[in-house]
Design a protein. Structure first.
Lengths: 213, 216
């Protein structure tokens, strides 16, 4: 498809149990940078979870599309009416709250001097509460549906591998880990230090996949 | 640097009809600018492709109401519309309401972002265009020749240089070489040159006809 079109309000919100957002990048099939929209329905709602992007490291740009937001950036507060652009460095802790009902925030992200990785982290969001609660077998079952339906992304397959490993199902874990490493280089690097996969670490098949033998 | 930079979109000093968001905030991960039309009926996004940059682009209508034409399809785009366009797809947008603003983000999938040549060369291009409007063609060419020392792969600079040299009565081989380089860097300039009145003084020259064909 040479182009794709949507209206922000027509993209269904998803949530990982924290603040809901609209996965614009995934919905439109964008591969060159990350983009999502976060909406606070009531004044006082948190718009974006407190986080930094040092792991990427990714630069992020926020634009207040409507309403009014209050950003917390490191130790500073920023009043941000509609039309405010906030460009945040990867290491800076940031969060934002709606100061008015129906405040909407466009968030764009990418890596300076590096290639953006459209790994599909957004798709895992609905499964994350199960993972967080230690319900690994259930998380793996739900996650498999997502990974199988979205074979172009490596993150869902990798996360299924983690949940399967934590649920004590090494065969399934290795099958999904194989899918992930066949899609991208990043999962191989993540797997080397990921404690979720510790139960697989002595398995020759794991060593061969990750290149640690 | 305190870890962030903030600005109001319309407080960023505009360059002609566009707002240099990326440059103003110092963003290095992707290209991002905003384009505003003061009146309904004005062009917000000029017709173009991104074949040279390879940029996938996302357009977001952040003020007003626009009509996009993408790949020949007309798209009604009220406030909050998102349009993603592949690099080789032709696109443009016209304002349907006064004060319509479109935010444009672009980068090439699977590649490290580099600032687009047109953005870097905007200032010398503007200086040269001012001289062009005053019909001081040879001086305009001089400005671009200097700029090309810094930006040798900027297709727009080569194209404009060909135009100015044509109007200044320069040697035909010089005009043709600039136009050839522009088309090589951005094939879209071939169609543009075919109907561009700046090339009227050299239209009959075989070196030009070989590059662009007959005028339509």
């Amino acid at each position: 498809m040479s182009y794709t079109v949507a209206r922000i309000e027509d993209i269904p919100e998803i949530t990982d149990g924290r603040e809901p957002w609209r996965p614009v990048r995934h919905h439109l099939g964008i591969k060159a940078f990350g983009v999502n929209v976060w909406t606070g329905k009531a004044a006082g709602d948190r718009l974006i979870n407190e986080h930094d992007e040092a792991d990427g490291p990714d630069e992020e740009l926020y634009l207040v599309l409507r309403g009014r937001a209050r950003f917390e950036l490191g130790d500073e507060q920023l009043d941000a009416p509609a039309g405010t652009l906030v460009f945040v460095q990867p290491e800076t802790r940031r969060t934002a709250f709606a100061e008015e009902p129906d405040t909407s925030l466009l968030a764009l992200g990418g890596r300076r001097g590096g290639v953006y990785d459209p790994g599909g982290w957004e798709l895992w969001a609905p499964v994350n509460p199960l993972y967080r609660d230690g319900e690994y077998a259930k998380a793996a079952e739900q996650g498999r549906l997502i990974a199988d339906a979205n074979p172009d992304y490596w993150v869902p397959a990798y996360n299924v591998a983690c949940c399967e490993a934590l649920a004590g199902r090494p065969t399934e874990a290795l099958a999904y880990l194989r899918r992930a490493v066949e899609k991208a280089d990043q999962p191989r690097e993540y797997a080397k230090g990921d404690s979720d996969l510790d139960s697989l670490r002595d398995d020759p098949a794991f060593k061969e996949l990750i290149g640690t033998s | 640097m305190t870890g962030f930079t903030a600005a109001q979109l319309h407080e960023i000093p505009p360059r002609d009809k566009w707002i240099p968001v990326r440059d103003h905030l110092g963003i290095g991960a992707f290209g991002i600018n905003a384009y505003t039309a003061a009146k309904a009926g004005e062009t917000v996004i000029g017709e173009h492709v991104e074949t040279v940059s390879g940029h996938e682009e996302l357009y977001v209508v952040v003020e007003g109401h626009a009509t996009f034409t993408v790949d020949g399809d007309e798209i009604d785009a009220p406030l909050g519309t998102l349009v993603r366009v592949d690099p080789e797809t032709r696109r443009k947008a016209v304002a349907k309401e006064d004060r319509t603003t479109v935010l444009v983000t672009g980068a090439a999938p699977g590649a490290i972002f580099e600032v687009s040549a047109w953005e870097e060369t905007w200032q010398p291009n503007q200086a040269a265009m001012k001289l062009y409007r005053e019909q001081r063609y040879a001086e305009a060419s001089g400005v671009l020749r200097d700029a090309l020392k810094t930006y040798p792969d900027a297709a727009q600079l080569h194209y404009n240089l060909a135009c100015f040299d044509s109007l200044a009565g320069a040697y035909i081989g010089t005009v043709a070489e600039s136009l050839r380089r522009a088309i090589e860097l951005n094939p879209g300039f071939k169609d543009l040159a075919r109907d561009d009145s700046d090339f009227e003084p050299v239209r009959g020259e075989s070196a030009i006809q070989e590059l662009v064909g007959e005028a339509r």
